[in-house]
Design a protein around this ligand. Structure first.
Ligand code: DVN
Length: 252
């Protein structure tokens, strides 16, 4: 049984490794501008360093510092798009367009999106099942990764940045979300000129830019960064997703 179990665990580890390396290589094949400065094997090594051998509730965000340093990618100023409770829509929009870029369109976010991983105290293994859930404990490997990667994405942002929020919610801005608790606070007022909220609203939605939840956003935002909010019809975003020929400037 021990042998069978051992083999199963090894296969799980190898599976994550091949997913990560495979995604990394296909990203670099498509984005030739960053292919010479990134090394997928080195990225995997720096990734493992963060959590392997540690209790799955004792991996702080800083454990991913070496991983962050192992990746080189510069996003064009003014193209960074944050999102909160709009994951599918934001990604459907950026998938076929170059005007906006989410964290998950960058090498780091692309490679680890939707994956689960953890290890155990004193273990050399990586597991992809039975890992702590997002809120099960604070310092879990997956949550800490997204906190660290999001902080880096926001801290390296520049120019006019935007965030797609969900107008179907009464409080589109949540100060406990990654956007609210990490990204807004990591924006550098010396680099970011303004933050524009793109509030995607359906015809029957009653939430507007006047929503009181945006008061807490404004108080979390550095006063040197200008704040804008625009209500964007959901249908318009959908049309832009299905017709990539519509210029970005007519979409948002
Ligand atoms: O700007 C984006 C992007 O840069 C990203 O890395 O962070 C921002 C989005 O994070 P957010 O503001 O917390 O947005 P959401 O919509 O509240 O959460 C996005 C995802 O994070 C969820 O889909 C969860 O991922 P999962 O479990 O579906 O793979 C996860 N998440 C965040 N808070 C969670 C949570 N999962 C469970 N419980 C929570 N409290």
């Amino acid at each position: 049984l021990a042998i069978v179990l051992g083999l199963t665990l090894t296969r799980y580890s190898d599976h994550l490794r091949s997913t990560v390396i495979g995604r990394c290589e296909s990203f670099l094949k498509k984005h030739t501008d960053v292919s010479r400065v990134n090394d997928c094997e080195r990225i995997w090594g720096a990734f493992e360093e963060a959590y392997v051998g540690k209790d799955p509730c004792e991996v702080p965000a800083e454990a991913y510092d070496p991983l962050i340093s192992s990746v080189t990618q510069h996003v064009i100023c003014g193209t960074m798009l944050f999102w909160s409770k709009t994951k599918a829509l934001a990604h459907a929009f950026t998938d076929n367009r170059e005007c906006l870029v989410t964290l998950e369109d960058t090498l780091l976010g692309f490679v680890f999106d939707e994956l689960t991983w953890c290890s155990k105290n004193g273990s050399k293994e990586t597991f992809t099942t039975d890992c702590p859930g997002w809120s099960e404990c604070q310092n879990n490997p997956v949550r800490s990764f997204w906190i660290r990667a999001s902080a880096n994405f926001a801290a390296t942002s520049c120019g006019n940045v935007s965030a797609m929020l969900n107008g179907s919610l009464e409080s589109p801005f949540s100060s406990t979300s990654v956007f609210g608790s990490v990204e807004v606070k990591s924006l550098d007022p010396n680099k970011v000129d303004d933050l524009t909220i793109l509030l995607v609203t359906k015809e029957t939605d009653t939430t507007t830019c006047a929503s009181s939840s945006f008061q807490s956003l404004r108080s979390a935002l550095d006063p040197k960064i200008a704040y804008n909010c625009r209500e964007v019809p959901y249908n318009r975003v959908e049309n832009c997703i299905s017709d990539p020929e519509i210029p970005c400037s007519d979409c948002l």
